[in-house]
Design a protein around this ligand. Structure first.
Ligand code: GP9
Ligand code: MN
Length: 640
């Protein structure tokens, strides 16, 4: 009987185990990956083994053993190099490599000047397994190579696919919509592993690149004509130049919704400071102002504000098109002598802010590392808003004036955790803990903003600034409708109510103005860029935008939501139903057969249809501008 020598363990399995172990050690000790629960720890532990197995199992398809060995050798070496490159990159940027970042000039020049200080002698250990595998594959080839039968090959393939599917399943459970929402890179790496993350990055990159490559600017005239006819309908309002030369302090208020303003919980005002601010003679308050974000949440709201373009329907445009050319607010006002800054005590790479802010022309970004964050002063997502504002004042004072500074708050973020001693009002009492805890968290933000106003006055910046406060997006989703209907004292939350719940507060506070009022026109985040430019008295001719100045009388007359719903002066359109905006009643559907008598009757379709068509065109044009990176073909320089 012939005796086949079978290795104790095929080389590719040894290589996968060693590589997996090494990568896990790197995750834990060379990257600072935050792990919030045991499931995240488990996913982090398995994913390096899963991806190593996935790659190395390909080796079984090489029939010639020398080729099989060669594949394992090179694959292990290249994968080790990818880990090494990320470790070095991470030391400089606290972030993982993305393809666009590799080609972003400034990043690379930063890196090349400091590369020698970034590489540590012990990094050589990152190649220890690759070296061992190299040695084994050369010297022990006869012992470790296996001539696989078809069944063995199929088994290896099936197993690697099953492991991958298992990993993705757990990741999706832990972080729903991980891929479509294109979260932070840290989330991706933590959930699917560094190697798979690079594959994902490559796919996203090639997809967006191809759309960009085939665009040539041909579509622009049509888009510009549409904007000229439909958007640029407003004359300069009385407010043109009302804040000329002033600093702009913009507070992006996390998850602040309109329904809490002026409202109570357990007999207490939820937002006493903001309520008083509405009555202040220097405040313009907008109570029919809508958020228009998509999956990119806060980053989408930022995108709307800076560009007056719509975010994308899938993914976060900050992530997918962070390298595009834009004609953003910070860039425009820079030409008028403004400095711009964003202050936000979170990881800089979250939503790819570090990359996108360069494209938007933002001069300074004070992220988490600019703040002193301790266990005592943080909760949930990080630094609490009160210490955040307190610690920010020094940065604000150091900015060259006039400036445009955006503050992004963090405490009032789902799941609205609060420290007991920071709670000044009691939670609501319903079946939704999310809604219950929302109120004390909103109250905390209200107090933080009140303190911030006092600090601005103390620092002497107040008088020379216009302060804008805007809710970024909803905090309470439709999942909590039962509790919401109880709070709002409604029988149920209808689709019409759902749209109305997408209102977020907008305050424009101009110290010394004296003419403040509440304005109830239908407005939205898309309007912020032209509004701020007009307030500052900056005229941009033929700008490519989809919003109007909120103070203007001649406006488009509707606000489009990212899902295609809209709110016009007269109607609310959602889920294919046209509602009367004033009453919330659906408008009668047109009879099937048109007779002479009912010919002129307003029908459901007819009432909303003309606006619906415009909404769809706008969304499509905005998407095309982004996908095709069309701003690179426009020269906005004004001829004098
Ligand atoms: C994180 C902050 C909150 O940096 O923007 O994120 P969100 O989930 O609201 O987009
Ligand atoms: Mn947010």
């Amino acid at each position: 009987m012939t005796k086949y020598k079978r290795p104790v363990m095929p080389l590719y399995i040894i290589a996968a185990l060693l590589f997996g172990l090494k990568t896990y050690i790197v995750y834990r000790f060379m990257f600072s990956i935050e792990l919030d629960n045991i499931m995240q720890e488990f996913i982090l532990l398995i994913n390096p083994f899963v991806s190593a197995f996935l790659i190395l199992a390909i080796s079984v398809w090489f029939n010639k053993t020398s080729r099989q060995m060669k594949f394992i050798r090179y694959a292990t070496f290249i994968a080790s190099f990818v880990i090494f490159a990320n470790v070095v990159f991470y030391r400089q940027f606290t972030d993982f490599i993305t393809i666009p970042q590799l080609f972003m000039g400034s990043n690379m020049s930063d890196l090349s000047s400091s590369i020698l200080t970034l590489i540590k002698p012990f990094d050589i250990l990152l190649f220890a397994d690759a070296a061992l595998i190299w040695y084994l594959s050369k010297k022990q080839e006869d012992k470790l190579a296996v001539d696989y039968q078809k069944s063995g090959k199929l088994f290896a393939l099936a197993l690697s696919m099953a492991l991958l599917a298992g990993n993705f399943f757990l990741a999706e459970m832990e972080r729903p919509q991980l891929f479509t929402r294109a979260f932070d890179r840290e989330y991706l790496v933590k959930n699917i592993g560094l190697l798979n993350y690079h594959v994902y990055d490559l796919v996203v990159h090639s997809k967006t690149e191809s759309q960009r490559v085939f665009a040539d600017g041909n579509e622009l005239p049509e888009i510009q004509e549409f904007i000229e006819e439909n958007v640029h309908v407003d004359e300069n309002s009385d407010m043109f130049g009302a804040a000329e030369g002033k600093n702009v302090i913009f507070i992006n208020a996390e998850s602040l919704q309109e329904f809490v303003i002026g409202n109570e919980v357990n007999g207490e005002e939820v937002t006493p400071f903001l309520n008083r601010l509405i009555d202040d003679e220097d405040t313009y308050y907008f109570d029919n102002f809508y958020e228009q974000t998509g999956q990119g949440n806060t980053s989408d709201s930022e995108f709307l504000v800076e560009n007056s373009l719509y975010p994308l329907s899938r993914g976060a445009v900050f992530f997918t098109h962070g390298g595009n050319a834009y004609h953003a607010l910070p860039e425009i006002i820079k030409e008028e002598g403004y400095t711009s800054a964003v202050l936000h005590a979170n990881n800089k790479s979250f939503w790819n802010r570090d990359g996108m802010y360069q494209s938007l022309g933002i001069d300074h970004f004070y992220g988490e590392e600019a703040y002193e964050v301790t266990e005592e002063n943080s909760i949930g997502w990080g630094l609490m808003d009160k210490p955040f504002f307190e610690q920010s004042i020094k940065y604000l004072q150091s900015l060259e004036q006039p400036f445009y500074a955006k503050f992004i708050t963090l405490t009032n973020h789902f799941p609205f955790e609060m420290k007991e001693e920071e709670r000044t009002i009691d939670p609501y009492d319903s079946n939704s803990n999310t809604l219950n805890n929302f109120f004390p968290a909103v109250r905390y933000m209200d107090e933080a903003i009140e303190d911030f106003f006092a600090q601005l006055k103390e620092s002497g910046l107040y008088e020379d600034s216009v302060i804008i406060i805007m809710g970024d997006h909803i905090g309470i989703s439709a999942n909590h409708n039962k509790a919401m209907s109880m709070y709002l004292d409604k029988e149920q939350i209808t689709p019409y109510d759902q749209v109305q719940l997408q209102r977020v507060p907008l305050f424009i506070h101009i110290p010394g103005d004296g003419n403040g009022e509440t304005i109830s026109e239908v407005t939205g985040q898309i309007d912020m860029k032209p509004t701020i430019l007009n307030l500052l008295g900056i005229e941009v001719e033929k700008d490519i935008i989809f919003g109007n100045d909120v103070f203007s009388e001649d406006r488009k007359g509707y606000i489009a939501l990212r899902n295609g719903d809209f709110i016009s002066d007269d109607y609310v359109s959602t889920m294919g139903i046209c509602y009367n905006r004033a009453t919330g009643e659906p408008i009668e559907v047109k009879p099937v057969e048109t007779t002479e008598e009912n010919e002129n009757q307003t029908s459901n379709e007819d009432a909303c249809a003309p606006i619906q068509e415009k909404v769809e065109t706008e969304l499509l044009y905005s998407d095309n501008l982004i996908y095709g990176d069309l701003f690179r073909f426009v020269d906005f320089k004004q001829e004098d």
